[in-house]
Design a protein around this ligand. Sequence first.
Ligand code: 5GP
Length: 183
Amino acid sequence: MRQAKGIAKPKVMISEKALNERLDQLAAEIERDYADSERLICIGVLKGSVFFLVDLLKRVRMPLVVDFFQTSSYGTSTKRGEVRIRKDVDVAIAGADVLLIEDIVDTGYTLRTILELLRFRGAKSVRLCALLDKAEAREVDVPIDYAGFTIENQFVVGYGLDYAEYYRNLPYIGVLDEADIED
Ligand code: 5GP
């Protein structure tokens, strides 16, 4: 891919081929588990989950509804655990099976907040599908029902994940050199 000026090329951590193979497996599991569902709502968390959600759900051959949340944490760190909903879903949740689709679970604060909200609104069931699980970084327990890959505690980009809003369109998951990341 052509690089913008001053933008470093990340090293491949999970290739496009490996992503596609895992997505086939996850989609097959989801199709099987929700075969009897009367109303399945798949909810992505903007913006990071978009590439994953689209590729995954194109493989799921059953009727479903797609919607999105957008969150942001107060201050500069999610570590305080306070997460703000910046964009809510448009559809009613009560009585529906909800599958939350996330790019990466790091500390777990973002997802804990969203999962609690969905249960509060009366979802019939709530499950979580996350492409990446940074298990070592977890501060609050959030069970992942469908996990793509468990990765080490390092900063990754690509396939929806950004660094300063760049790299989301990389077709693979990559790692930047320490020297290219400003704290
Ligand atoms: P949590 O609330 O679990 O700490 O944070 C989840 C959010 O933090 C993710 O949805 C993602 O936006 C961001 N995040 C966590 N780890 C990474 C990472 O390695 N790379 C990027 N680009 N974003 C991350």
